[in-house]
Each structure stands twice: as structure tokens, then as C-alpha cells.
Design a protein around this ligand. Structure first.
Ligand SMILES: Nc1ncnc2c1ncn2[C@@H]1O[C@H](COP(=O)(O)OP(=O)(O)OP(=O)(O)O)[C@@H](O)[C@H]1O
Length: 332
């Protein structure tokens, strides 16, 4: 379990993290979302003791990182997969990590096995693809068999196979009862990976909830209806004060959408009461992208007004290789 209480970090005049409180529970993958510059990396660095909070606390299973005995056995992290010495083999890299953290050699073989790198363990890490480097980074995070894991942008730059592998692996770690916190800009991917969300903007908490609740709260639900009696059904529903719209959706022809917080039962019953035949009746949920844009809109705008070009947009596409690393940043 990770617990942040009033966590604040200032860099000079910049408030990177602002009185942030949240909980990340075990047994689930929790997505850590926010527009560029929202304070995700700074928060992760504070969780890992790489940055000191200006005020507030963040604990791992009730203890601050600096008070943990053998921290790698409590928390593992993948912040920047490219910090491996290129001439070292994967095994040598992990052996070095294990030795410097007083972990047994057997932990190396176990971690290599978990991430599926056993067969290439003696190859130069410098020759690894990005996907393999990510796995090696994850093996490093798993060396101490920790109950808490942090991943900063683990899927950036990966091909679809690598993305699916990471997604399944995160689920497996959570199913084993671990606490998994993962940040990403790839919202469609996060919608599939994260069951819970912590969403921040301008260093402040915007939402903490399940992914489903977050999407439903922001965008509500819509009922889609296909019927040969579109206008008749629309009139019936409007008579019940429901908002309807008819859209041409290509191959399916014209479709009726009923908006507001309602269920398919209500629409089905209204249609039955008027003898209207239905060809389709389905609940349409909003997307995480749409919900995220709606919920974080203000915090993105704020940065745009400040003319900080790097943080004016929410990056929904896979970023370029240059943006892959999300490790500690230098003072500027
Ligand atoms: N070492 C530092 N010195 C000064 N300012 C910093 C430092 N690290 C981060 N910041 C500032 O703090 C704010 C939060 O940055 P942070 O990198 O934590 O955000 P982020 O949500 O991880 O962003 P991104 O999604 O772009 O990685 C930004 O305004 C950033 O410029």
C-alpha cells in the first residue's frame, strides 16, 4: 500500500506537487494519470526517496522510503529502462544490482525467469531491443520480490506485442497481491490496464476512483437503439423528458442515441409499451480519453496560459523515443 498525505514539492517558485493525498491499494493495477508537467514523476521520485517532500509524507506499507530496511525487498521501480551499462550482460547487470543490495544470487535467476529473459541472460544488454530493455528494467525492480511496484511510462515506444506483454505482466503482479502504480500517457492502454486511477493536474488531486467510475462520472452513459421506427421511438422518449439524437453511423444507417444517466431497461420498456420493434439496444460508455480531457481540461489550460509549450497538450499518441525515459530530472 502506498499512502500520500498532504504531499507537496516546490522547486523554487514552481509547485510541482501541491498538497496531494491518495492511496494505492494492493491487488490492483492503479493508473497514475495527468497532463504533461502534472507532477507524476516528481511524486514517484518522492515515493522512492529520490526527492524529499517540501511538506507532507508518502509511505510504503506505513514507512517512509528512507526508513525501510532493505528497500528493494519492499518496493521496486522502473523509471528509466536505459540506464543499464551497454557492455554488461543482462545477468551481470542484475548480479551487480543484487550484490549492491545484499540480495542472494538466486534472486537474479528468479527475476530473469519472471520476465522471460533467461534464454538471453548472457547477451549484451546494449544489443537489447526496447522491449527487452523494459523487461530487464522490470527484472531489476523485481529482484527483491517487493510487494509494491512503480512503473513510470513503461509502454512508451513499445510495439503492440511489447505493450500487451507489459499489460498482462502488470495484471499478473496485481493478481499476486502486489501494489502496482503505473503512469502512462497512452490512455486507451491505461483503460485496459488500470482498474483504479489516481488523476492529478497541476500537482493536485483531480480524482481517485475506479477507472469505470471515472469514465462514467465524466461522460455519463448513452443508450444506442436501432429500430425501423426511429422517429416514433424518439417522440415517445422525448415525451418522457429524455434527450435523444439521431445519427447516421454508416453501414448501420440511422441510429437513435438516448443521453443521460439511464439504463437500457428504461428504453426497452418504453419501446415495448408502444409496440416498437427494436433491432439493437446497447449501453455505450464514454472513453477514458474523453473523460480525461474533460476532467483535466482546466489544468492543461492553465499551463497553456503560462505559455509553457511542453505542457500544453495531452499526448495521446505514442511519443517519440526521446520521451521514453522518465527518470530523475535535473534542476533547471
Ligand atoms: N528538478 C526540477 N527542478 C525544477 N522543476 C522541476 C524539477 N522536476 C520537475 N519540475 C517541474 O515540476 C513540474 C512537474 O513535473 P513532473 O516531471 O513531475 O511532471 P510529470 O507529470 O511527470 O510530467 P510528464 O508527463 O511530462 O513526465 C513541472 O512544471 C516541471 O517543470
Amino acid at each position: 500500500m502506498i499512502e500520500a498525505q498532504g504531499l507537496t514539492k516546490r522547486y523554487g517558485a514552481t509547485v510541482a506537487v501541491d498538497n496531494l493525498s491518495f492511496e494505492v491499494k494492493p491487488g490492483k493495477v492503479t493508473g497514475f494519470l495527468g497532463p504533461n508537467g502534472a507532477g507524476k514523476s516528481t511524486t514517484m521520485r518522492m515515493i522512492l526517496g529520490l526527492d524529499t517532500p517540501t511538506s507532507g509524507t508518502v509511505t510504503i506499507d506505513g514507512q517512509r522510503y528512507r526508513d525501510l530496511h532493505q528497500p528493494l525487498t519492499k518496493v521496486g521501480a522502473l523509471l528509466d529502462a536505459k540506464w543499464v551499462h551497454p557492455n554488461r550482460s543482462a545477468r551481470a547487470h542484475l548480479m551487480w544490482m543484487a550484490a549492491s543490495n545484499k540480495l542472494p544470487k538466486s534472486s537474479v535467476d528468479r527475476a530473469l525467469e519472471m520476465v522471460g529473459l533467461t534464454s538471453v541472460a548472457n547477451k549484451r544488454a546494449g544489443a537489447f531491443s526496447l522491449g527487452m530493455s523494459q523487461r530487464l528494467g522490470i527484472a531489476g525492480a523485481l529482484l527483491g520480490d517487493p510487494g509494491v511496484l512503480l512503473f513510470d511510462e513503461p509502454v512508451n515506444g513499445l510495439d503492440p506485442e511489447g505493450i500487451v506483454w507489459i499489460r498482462n505482466f502488470m495484471h499478473r503482479l496485481a493478481d499476486e497481491g502486489r501494489t502496482v502504480l503505473v503512469s502512462s500517457h497512452l490512455l486507451s492502454e491505461m483503460a485496459l490496464t488500470a482498474e483504479e486511477l489516481v488523476v492529478i493536474g497541476r500537482g493536485r488531486l483531480i480524482a481517485q476512483s475506479s477507472t469505470q467510475e471515472f469514465v462514467d462520472r465524466a461522460s455519463g452513459t448513452t443508450v444506442k437503439v436501432r429500430t425501423p421506427e426511429l422517429d416514433k421511438l424518439a417522440a415517445v422518449l422525448q415525451g418522457q423528458q429524455l434527450k435523444t439524437r439521431i445519427e447516421d453511423v454508416g453501414e448501420q444507417g440511422k441510429v437513435l442515441f438516448v443521453e443521460g444517466d439511464l439504463t437500457t431497461d428504461q428504453v426497452g420498456e418504453a419501446a415495448a409499451a408502444h409496440g416498437i420493434v427494436l433491432h439493437e439496444l446497447s449501453l455505450q460508455r464514454g472513453s477514458l480519453e474523453a473523460a480525461f480531457m474533460q476532467m483535466t481540461g482546466d489544468s492543461v489550460q492553465y499551463h497553456a496560459q503560462d505559455d509553457v509549450a511542453a505542457v500544453t497538450h495531452v499526448n495521446l499518441e505514442a511519443p517519440s523515443g526521446a520521451e521514453v525515459a522518465a527518470g530523475p530530472k535535473e534542476d533547471n
